[in-house]
Design a protein around this ligand. Sequence first.
Ligand code: NAP
Length: 486
Amino acid sequence: MNTSTDFKKFLPNANWINGHWITAESGASIEVTNPADGTIIGQVPNCGAAETGSAIDAARQAFEKYSHSDINTRVRLLRELHDGLMDQQEALARLLTAEQGKPLAEARGEIAIGAAYILWFAEEIRRTKGELIPSPTSDRRLMVTHHPVGVVAAITPWNFPSSMLARKLGPALAAGCTVVVKPASATPYSALAWGVLMEEVGFPPGVVNILTGSAAAIGSTIMSSPHVRKVTFTGSTAVGKQLIRQSADSVKKISMELGGNAPFLVFDDADLDAAVEGAMISKFRNMGQTCVCANRIYAQAGVHDAFVSKLSAAIEQLTLGPGSEPDVTQGPMIDMAAVEKVETLIGDALQQGGKVVVGGQRHKLGGTFFEPTLVTGVTERMQFATEEIFGPVAPVLRFDHEEEVVAAANRTEYGLAAYIYTQDMARIFRLNESLDYGLMGFNTGLITTVEAPFGGLKESGIGKEGGSQGLVDYLATKYVCIAGLG
Ligand code: NAP
């Protein structure tokens, strides 16, 4: 294993289009900074419509050949990509921490799960079987066959800039699709690093193209192109809705992994220590900046006070600092707007009778460091009940009855993740039916795994990533009727 920590080779300051590293036609660039200290990491091209058009053309041309390539060839390329990622895990993790801020241990985990997605889809593509359907008449044969859907555009967020791309590249490349990637402007290097690795592995030119720059210009060129047959997006619900609307004109296949407002329910019969451990993982991972973060913590009256006391003790153990330093559990938030948002939500709760038990302030480290926070006395009228917090703030609400908390948990337009702590098996099955969420964790705060379909209901999204379901969206299914065989 390569244990190099040097990530210079993953700072290309260029975009990867048709197998070449290019700069923006205008020469413009975007500065990428380290959220822990504001230092400039580098500059990436500020590309727009022209470069996006070139990337789509390259992907289109590459599709002609790549879509017909042997499965063995694709599997080999993906396996080598997996090995390359793991070989460079330490350098890639350090790059990720530098541009995104998360603690190194989390960054290493993100690189590893990204690599695991690549391997999973390399294995799964061998099992995409078609069907032979019994024909109603003896002179016909009816078949169902699967084919790569075409050129895919992948748009990714800043909170998991490497693994969110892995969940899209893995199935697309396994299926035989070619890809145009647009990463978040705050964290572009973790995506460009995939280009560096793919070049090393020997992916043919144009199979993957990675563009940084204006979201509006790149986005609208992608969405208006009839040659892009599928768009896979992870990001906010607001941008997702805009892309869904734009997809209508050329009737693209779409996958949308959007925002969440996860309820975390702790019943009187819960194992409280396990519930606290789960709440800590699901709330404070990545400084609370994950789409599946516990957003509203509901504790039943009988355990409310004991749970709050244990949770506050656990929060006080967290260590803030630059993610690159050993033992740090909480890095900086991504930017000042994120800090201001949590301050607004805390202020709204305080005005309406909420109480800050731990934290509540910007951290003395300055910049975008914010104290991990626990707020109690939270009610359904507060913004905490409806807004995606996306920060290190745990609001706790009290409830009495199961029916009441199920109704409250479902009272949101989101439907991504829900967590439930209870020892009652009958309740587990009841809540599986009554809670409107695409991802459910019973007695655990960490549920993502490559083998399972990740994706939300309602306004949290369309489609699944991971599992066998994660491949379906990248395939076009054809029904074939062969007549005259009698
Ligand atoms: P965002 O603002 O929606 O941005 C996501 C991506 O979309 C970025 O690459 C952004 O580019 C791009 N974008 C912005 N406007 C666009 C447009 N008009 N056309 C095309 N692309 C456009 O979201 P974010 O702040 O990066 O991520 C946080 C959100 O993602 C949260 O709501 C979170 O819940 C959600 N999320 C969901 C999942 C899931 O699996 N369901 C996973 C992770 C995150 P720029 O950076 O250049 O603006």
